[in-house]
Each structure stands twice: as structure tokens, then as C-alpha cells.
Design a protein around this ligand. Sequence first.
Ligand code: MTE
Ligand code: HPA
Ligand code: MOS
Length: 757
Amino acid sequence: MINIDSRTHVRGESIYVNDIPLREDTLFGVVFASPLAHGKVKSIDFSEALQIDGVEGIISVKDIKGENQIGGIIQDEELFADKTVDYIGMPIALVCAKTERIAKKAVSRIKIDIEELHPIVTAREAYAAKKFIVPSRTFKIGDTESEWKSCAHIIEGQAEMGGQEHVYLETQGAYAYLTEDDGIKIHSSTQATKYVQRAAAKVLGMPMHKIEVDVNRIGGGFGGKEDQGTPWACMAALAAQTLRKPVKLVLSRAEDIKMTGKRHPYSFDFKLGLSKDLKIVCYEVQCFQNAGACADVSPAVMERTLFHGTASYFVPNARITVHSCKTNIPPNTAFRGFGAPQGMFVLEAALMKAAVTLGVDMMEIQKKNLLSEGDRFPYDQEAKNCNARKCWDTAWKTFGVEKLKKEVADFNQKNDLFKKGVSLYPLCFGISFTKTSLNQGRSLVHIYSDGTVSITTGVVEMGQGVNTKILQAAAQTLSISTRRFTIHSTNTSRIANPSPTAASSGADLNGKATIMACQALLARLKGVACQELKAQDPGDIEIKDEVIYHKGRKTELTWARLVFLTEEARVSLSEHAHYATPIIHFNKAMEKGHPFAYHVYGTAVTVVTVDCLRGTYNVDLVKIIHDFGSSMNLDIDIGQVEGALLQGIGLMTIEELLIDQTGKLVYDDLSSYKVPDIYFTPRTLEVKPLDSKPDPLALLGSKAVGEPPLMYGIGTYFAILKAMREFNPQLKLELWAPMTHQKCLMSLYDNYGDLLK
Ligand code: MTE
Ligand code: HPA
Ligand code: MOS
């Protein structure tokens, strides 16, 4: 089954917010944003901007009829800055004009007087100043306190992990216009129609039913539009309400990078205790999350860090704490992995430090501590159908790791300025929203009288191929041709209250709901077939490839005819179904439960070459054994693994979010903020499915794949570090990600003096 979007994508005919034909009198909005990271607003002067020909209005706090509040988890986020500004890029007003160019010019004429206050930029500064988004949380298992005594080796240290810019191809944007009787329709580039509808209702002072939010598809979200599609949609809607004209607001790349939040940078203090035979006995970590100026989804991200604090390893005694620290940078947000990469990186960093300190092979420590069947995570869930060791062993054998290691050692022996490193990275990622209540999906299926089918679900297509998977599930359930289907836009009038498309669970939740709807329709169709064929029991009826069978025998009745007869019989050909993941639960007071439907496993083998003269590196090879369960579409799924891997490699290597002391992003465009391109792609890239069981809670047994493979990128970091140590064994082990070329070069020659003697 090819991706159903490929046809319009290839022709350039897919419709994003910027492709929607404009209504008459459409105005264009450009945001006026704070130039300072922290301060009190003394005065704003719009007069000069308002005089420019073509400017039709400047929308700000004064125009809000409802509340100036768009916070989701916590009500702490203003749509427009009012009395204070809390980060550079914080929206203050929206200029609406006949063209975007005029609006931009007007923005440059706005005068603002701000009394500057001291900005807090890093998580550790905020921690010292006791500035938190929510109270800190700790996950515990066993008893670290008493068990440190039984450790043969104790390794302590600090680590850092930088943030990451989403770089979705389609920037943030929305188009809003009035409908009859003061209703509003919003086309939004969002992963969460519900959040946009809810926030717009609040800001506009309108009931939710008056607001229709529609998403045809989005040009990538990667988490960046789970919460942060909302402000732009609210601004466009507010401007449309105020000026009574359609308003379009699409951020330029520069505005998007400056104004929106990113992956959370984290700082860590860790302490790891190993037994004589290298088993992990104790692990403690303090994680300082840089949340930015308001909550956004940071409390949920914090939670996923806690859940993934022991990564793919069994740790009998652990204490994992996360502090969500409030700073004066844009509110950081969801990003593929959602806090898990940070929690997993710091443990890997601790293992690397242990290996270096003890002079043993890191792979030996990793392997000894992999999760086994029945092991408990700190949150009490058992590892069931645990494939951690199976993935590791399969990767080891299939990709000839023993031989690879030898080749790398030979290469390093023969070369002085080029050094290679090889790493393995074991993956374990929990599937389900960590907040149990979000784990619900919806689907509305209509069968038309000509036998064709329309499906609307709560899921947003953002390039991950979820609509193709939904269609496959429906076609398989009804046993009719895939050509009979159309998947329609995600729309709040057809699907109410959908969870965001996130947590990799969009296909599972909404695909399962689609199957339920199709099964209900099938039961009704079989009832009508029973009457038509004068059969006794609908259980004897089967539809196979558009033909109706009775007791296994082919009949004259076809799908199209049966649909026609069903309508004639006044039996409904429409169904709305709702799916809620069974089994899962979590008790936040105890921090224990069974939050995940299942876990996804895998192992990545990575080889890199570092040019030790220049500090540059190439990723030579990444080979992955990945646990797809039983993949329902291997092309799409392998595409997801490859894309996520590259995004993960970027996170760990060249993508650097540098913020200076004034709270300004230093690399704020795509010529200085580097994302992996085709030349940076591993020279050899191979993804092989693990021989795994279909999971009953996954759509058609096909495990969620959107986020987990991002974490394979962690392996690249450690392969580079190993290669660097081959060049300079005295290298100070600074566990700071990303390892940019610049940092690589600087640390290669750190403590190098001794080697030159
Ligand atoms: N793939 C593409 N092409 N574009 C995206 O924006 N987002 C990722 C992943 N894969 C994304 C993507 C993220 S962050 C998530 S949570 C999942 O897709 C969401 O979709 P799913 O639940 O259908 O897997
Ligand atoms: N993952 C991703 N997005 C989310 C989650 C989660 O667990 N919870 C809320 N939004
Ligand atoms: Mo994905 S970070 O859960 O949108």
C-alpha cells in the first residue's frame, strides 16, 4: 500500500494553510513581539504604524472579549503580553493589513518602552532562584540510600543536553474567518484541533460549538504544533472577530524560529553505582529541565523523562528527580521523544563515564544490564514481551558487531589523524500518553449509497502516513478495495474533543476506533444480507473482496448491491466509534501504575569517523534492528525510523541551540542552525524488522513507530566520543550534547599537551 498522500505531494497539489484559496477582503497578520527577554511594559505607541496606508487594525490585549489566557495544562500563558514581557519573541500585538508587506512595515514602526529586568536563561540559574513551573517529582524503586554501600564502583558527574528546533517544513500559521451568525472557522496548522478550539473559545469569549477548527494536513509538526499551533490560530480568530474580515497569519521561518518553543535543554547531576561484575546497583539523577517562560506541556514532558530515566536497563535501586525550571526563553514544548531522550541520554552518559573510569568496554556494561522479561520499571509496570536482549543479540549477530569492532580497531591502529568509533544503543520506549485520560481515539465512517466510504478521525496527518494506515485498517476490516475510500480533514464539527496527534499513538487510537466503526457497520450490513439471502444467522455471512459469502459459499450479492439494499431497508450506513486504551492506569500520588499499552524496543549499531585535525566527523554506518511488532506498512514504518534517526543524530551532533545571557538565540536562522542534510546522512543505513509478535493493543499488531527511533541518535554521540578518545585518551570526558564540530575540535586538543611530550 503506497502512501495515499504521495500523489498530491509529488504534484505539489497537497493543501496546507498557505494553499487555501483566499476569501475576498482577506487581511494579513504580522506579529509584533518583545525585543527583550524580561521587563515591564511602560508604554506602547501604535500611532505611527496605524497611519500607514493599508493597515486596518492592530490587535492587542484591549481587543480580547474573553480571557487573555491560552495555557493548556496550567493557566499561565498570555496570548498577548500585557504588563510584562517574559521572553524575546513573546507576542505583544498583531498588525493586520491589506498585504503582508504593509503589515511588516507597520510592525517596524511600533514604539515600545520596556523597563528591563534581569532575565534568567539557564535551568540551573532558575533552580537556584527557586523559579519552578510545577513542583519537582521523583520516581523511586528499591532503596538507593542503603544500597550505595554495596556498590563496588561509584561514578558521579554532570551532563548537559541541548534543545532542538523543530524545523517542520510548513511554518506555524492559521487562517480564520467569520461564518453565519458570528461563528468562526479556523484553518490551523496544529496537531490538536481541540486545543485550538478550546483556547479560541476562551480568548474570543465564545462557546466551543461556535468555533470550527479544520486541519487538512500539516507539513510536519514533530511535537512543535501540539500546543504551539494554538497562539497563531487564536490571534487570527481574534483579529477576524474584531475586524470582521478574514485574517491569515503565517509565520516566516525567522519569526517561527524566534517566537516558538523548542525541545527542552536539560542539565543533569548523576551518580551511578555498579557491582564488581558491572551490574547496575544504584542510580540517582537530578534533572534540571529548562521549561521556558510558561508551562506549555513541560509538566508532561517532565513526566516522560521520569518514565524513561532507566532507559532500556534494569535498575533495582533508582531515584530519578526532575525539576521543571522557569526561565526567560520561549516556552519549550513537545518534540519527538517528549523528554525521554534527555532521561535516556544521561544514563548512557553515566555508563560511558563508568566504562572509561573502569577501563572496560561500554558494551559490556550495557549488555549486562539490559531489561529482561518480567523486570519492573521504577513506575512498577512489568516489562512484558520484552525484546531488549533479543534486539541486542540479533543486532550483534546480524550486523557482525564483533567483526566491526575489529575493523575499527585495525583502522585506528593504522591512522593517526582519522579515528573511528563504534557504539550500540538499546532502545526502550513506552507507548501511550503518560496522562491516561488522553488515550482515546475517535472515528466517523460514512458509507455512501454508491458503496464508497468517507472516514474522518481525530488524527492529524503530518507526514507520518497515519491516514494511509487508517485507510488500510478500514479496507481490511470491510474487505473492500482501498480505492473506495477518502480520508477527510480533521475537523471539530465531525470529530469532537480529539486528543492531540502525539505520543506516537495517533494510529493506534484512531485506527482502533475506525476498526470499531467498520465492525459496527459490517454487523448491520450482514443483517441485511441475511434477509436478502434468506439465511438464518448473520454469523454465517462473510464479506470477502467485495463479494458476500454464505456459509463459505460465494453468493451473487456484491458489496455495492448490499450497500444499496441496506439504505433501502432504512438501516444506517454511518457510524461514529470511540476507542479508549484498556489496561492502562497510573496513580500520581504513588507514582506507580501501568501507564503504557506496550513498549517498543530496538538496537542501533553506529560507526563514525572523526577527522581529528578538523574536528569534523562522518557517520559511516547505522544499522538497526527495530521492533515493529508486525508492521502493517513497512515502507512507511522504515521511513519513520530513518527520519527519526536523522533527527536524533542532528540533536546529538550538529544542531546547537545557543542562547546568550540576554536570552537571545544566537543561531536563529537555517544558515547558522544546522540540521542534517543528505550529505550528513549515514553512508550506510539499514533498518531490519525484529522477528517480533504483533501486539494486541497496537493497530493490526503494528507497533507505534513515530517517536521511538529518534533515540537511536544517542548512539552516534557515544560513537563520536569513543573515536575522540582513540585520538586523545586523556580527553576530558565532558558529557555535553550536542557534540558539534566546534566542540569536538576544542575537546580533542584538551589535555593534549601530555601526549605531545
Ligand atoms: N513524521 C513526519 N513525517 N512528520 C512529523 O511531524 N511527527 C512525529 C512522528 N513522525 C512527525 C512524524 C511525532 S512527534 C509523533 S508523536 C508521531 O509522528 C505522531 O504520529 P502518530 O501518532 O500517527 O505516529
Ligand atoms: N507524549 C506526547 N505528547 C503528550 C504526552 C505524551 O506522553 N502527554 C501529553 N502530550
Ligand atoms: Mo509527538 S512529540 O508526541 O507530537
